[in-house]
Design a protein around this ligand. Structure first.
Ligand code: PAF
Length: 282
């Protein structure tokens, strides 16, 4: 497996693969890889002969008071982990490579509307940072396929929207959320939880699951269900940012007849901001 930091070298490898008529899949990450990322790499491998994993802690998607400086950077460990799965190349650029004109002067890609609520509301500018860096990664790697995790449900919708709106010839694939045995979605930020908080954290998924079951059973009083779930999480020690039932397709408010729903939540526990969701197809 190759580890490449500059874009010329990346371009040479991609050109060689293209010359051999091989398809390329990209799995964009910020590193600190866990089993959830590994599952995305394995999914990518099902769609292309070559798999590139990018590892880049992207400064433009972090707010001023967020954890950009503390975000775990573990390239050597990540490379060891990716060697054991079927990745061909790690692209691990520095900030200057990704933002040659500087972060302050970067051309920004911004998706309207679907970015306004939920994580977009609690993290202003976050999605502009995500789409700006993902568009750059797409331009550098020129993948046929790009794989994102369902845990970041709004993010994968935003990227789908960007790709479709800009006619990017890239198929966006969403991989299932991978969970610990107790249901907690794997996330690099779980490492911010104390032992006590870690024991409480799976309640987030339990509440999402039970709301998913209520919706499956035909309950449609969305506002009441959301309020009860928010209270249940607050009682478990979470500081709830949002808990919402929405149309899975576009995060619009659903009507009672909607068949494809997503239940989305973001909640803080101590230093950790946890997000999770369940999709409900009736
Ligand atoms: O989901 C992430 O890890 C990041 O938002 C992404 C897609 C790699 C962009 O920096």
């Amino acid at each position: 497996m190759l580890v490449v930091q500059n874009k010329q070298e990346l371009a040479e490898h991609i050109a060689e693969w293209r010359h051999n008529d091989e398809h390329v899949a990209l799995v964009p990450t910020m590193g600190n890889l866990h089993a959830g990322h590994v599952a995305l790499v394995e999914l990518a491998r099902e769609h292309a002969e070559r798999v590139v994993v990018s590892i880049f802690v992207n400064p433009t998607q972090f707010g001023e008071d967020e954890d950009y400086d503390e975000y775990p950077r573990t390239l050597e460990r990540d490379a060891r982990r990716l060697k054991t799965v079927s990745a061909d190349l790690i692209f691990a650029p520095d900030v200057e490579t990704m933002y040659p004109f500087g972060v302050e002067n970067a051309t920004t890609v911004s998706v309207p509307r679907i970015t306004e609520n939920f994580c977009g509301a609690s993290r202003p500018g976050h999605f502009d940072g995500v789409t700006t860096v993902v568009a750059r990664l797409f331009a550098l790697v020129q993948p046929d396929v790009a794989v994102f995790g369902q845990k970041d449900y709004q993010q994968q919708l935003v990227i789908r929207h960007m790709a479709e709106d800009m006619n990017l010839p890239i198929t966006i694939i969403t991989g299932n959320t991978i969970r610990d045995d107790d249901g907690l979605a794997l996330s690099s930020r779980n490492s911010y939880l104390s032992d006590e908080q870690r024991a409480q954290a799976p309640e987030l998924y339990r509440v999402l699951e039970s709301v998913g079951n209520e919706l499956q059973d035909g309950r449609r009083n969305f506002a009441e269900i959301e309020a009860a779930a928010t209270q249940r999480l607050a009682d478990a020690g979470f500081d709830v940012e949002y808990f919402a039932i929405r149309r899975a397709l576009n995060l619009e408010v659903p009507d009672r007849d909607c068949d494809d729903l997503v239940v989305l939540a973001a909640a803080r526990m101590g230093e950790a901001r946890l997000i999770d969701n369940v999709v409900v197809t009736v």
